[in-house]
Design a binder for this molecule. Structure first.
Ligand code: PFF
Length: 472
């Protein structure tokens, strides 16, 4: 879901100048309730990351150990980071670049802190460049599902259907273009409230369909094997890279380290508990990922598919499930439509920072800014579209173009952005300000958060980063 407009804004155009800083109001309004914020932030967080990426990364990194480390990262780093990001946003009440500038000034710190905002803006464009290609896959699979291509499909059949699909560069470019067009259409119009309202019904529907898939997975006879793969600790396939990937995935899935959650925080009314809402969002996001895993792996084992198949994993398993289900054509089509919508709403939040930056810095109209950012992102995305076919063998450091961009953004840029925010919230911002803004009643709770954000998060994230790039 996008990050720039609350569902129901009560307009409040008070300027921040001349007011006590903690009374600053967003010029875009506020969330109408705590639940609205939780729904919107969960909508932004839930996307391809939960349903496409989490299962395939789990498969590549050997299952349960990855899941365990992922959950640990969500609990120890993700939740405190989300609290910090929401807190910075609510304090600054502007776009990430301006929020960081204002907060740095308030703390008598250098203007260099704005770089966090710039860095996140760039990360969003880079992520969207490949997110759009995978979003395009969901459109292609709506067509396959609707035309009955899944019916009676075997594991091998699904693998070759996917192979033919990604093997054709023209098809890849066509669906990538379609996905970018629908994203930029909404971004250019700047009218997102209708979409958001729709999403609050559609995302629960996606969850129901995932549960239907779990129901199917239970009938395969391999459900327990799937659960064991996900939950019986086994570190034999776990490496330093797995550790970094689990951490990167926690940031990616929760949309942290980029400024998106900061924007959401900027609309949060003063009296809402940041801790409680962050925990709720993180739990819902993680639950969706785990449910997707519970649906996928039994189907993988039942059909002799490979858990470590990579990005193709859900596109090879879900069609088999629907292909053997009564009403599978209908439910299969519906599933990919809902997945497309989940991807679409996340894609809007990925590009929105770049678009607002272009409007503010270059005085462009929203439409012109959307066209330019969309064009640059589309061009970059061609690299990913081709990395599954004509450029499949073009590698740097053993990684294809898609793998490079994914590694750079999830495993480096988001964690580095998160370290920046943690250092700012833990060291630059005074305790008095962060405590007041977080509004935590419990002194012990605040103490734990502060220790995690000031010491544990920067150190742990740095160690994992340095270890993975081979520095120790
Ligand atoms: N969290 C989204 C997902 O799991 O698909 C991806 C994402 C959206 C990452 C927005 C970062 C972001 F700012």
């Amino acid at each position: 879901m996008h990050g720039s407009r609350p569902l129901k804004a009560h307009r409040n155009n008070r300027k921040s100048t001349g007011m006590r800083t903690h009374d600053r109001q967003s010029i875009h309004g506020q969330w109408s309730s705590r639940l609205t914020f939780i729904m919107a932030a969960t909508g932004a967080a839930v996307g391809l990351g939960n349903i496409w990426k989490f299962p395939y990364l789990t498969g590549i990194h050997g299952g349960s150990a990855f899941v365990l480390v992922y959950m640990l990262c969500v609990a120890v780093l993700g939740i405190p980071m989300m609290m910090a990001e929401v807190m910075l946003g609510r304090r600054g009440r502007q776009t990430p670049i301006n929020t960081m500038r204002t907060l740095a000034k308030e703390a008598n710190a250098g203007q260099g802190w704005q770089l966090i905002g710039w860095f996140g803006t760039l990360a969003g464009v880079l992520i969207l460049s490949y997110y759009s290609v995978i979003g395009g896959w969901t459109i292609g699979y709506i067509v396959h599902a609707a035309t009955g291509d899944f019916s009676g499909l075997s594991g091998d059949g699904a693998t070759s259907l996917f192979g033919d699909f990604v093997g054709n560069p023209w098809i890849q470019v066509a669906w990538h273009t379609a996905f970018m067009l629908i994203t930029m259409f909404i971004v250019a119009r700047g009218v997102q409230s209708g979409l958001e309202k729709a999403v609050s019904y559609l995302m629960p529907a996606l969850l129901v369909l995932l549960l239907v898939l779990v129901g199917y997975a239970m009938t395969t006879g391999y459900f327990m094997q799937g659960l064991a793969f996900l939950f019986t600790p086994d570190f034999s396939h776990f490496s330093g890279t797995s550790m970094l990937t689990a951490m990167g995935q926690a940031f990616f899935s929760l949309s942290l380290g980029m400024g998106t959650i900061m924007v959401y925080g900027s609309y949060l009314p003063k009296d809402i508990s940041i801790a409680g809402t962050s925990v709720a969002v993180a739990l819902s996001d993680t639950m969706v990922a785990l449910i997707a895993g519970m649906a996928i792996f039994p189907i993988v084992f039942a059909n002799a598919l490979i858990p470590g198949a990579g990005p193709s994993l859900i596109f090879e398993t879900i069609p088999v499930a629907f292909g053997h289900m009564a009403g599978g054509t209908f439910f299969g089509t519906l599933f990919f439509v809902l997945l497309l919508i989940a991807a679409w709403t996340s894609s809007i939040s990925l590009i929105e920072p770049a678009v607002t930056m272009m409007i503010e810095k270059f005085n462009m109209t929203r439409r012109t800014a959307a066209v330019w950012t969309g064009l640059v992102t589309w061009l970059l995305g061609l690299g990913t579209a081709f990395s599954f076919n004509v450029w499949a063998e073009v590698k740097m450091g053993g990684l294809t173009f898609f793998e490079q961009i994914d590694f750079l953004t999830s495993n480096l840029m988001l964690p580095i952005g998160a370290i920046g925010m943690a250092i700012f919230a833990g060291w630059v911002m005074s305790k008095h300000v962060s405590r007041e803004e977080l509004g935590m009643n419990s002194a012990a709770g605040y103490f734990i958060w502060h220790a995690l954000i000031r010491v544990i998060a920067p150190i742990a994230v740095s160690i994992v980063l340095l270890h993975a790039i081979g520095l120790f």
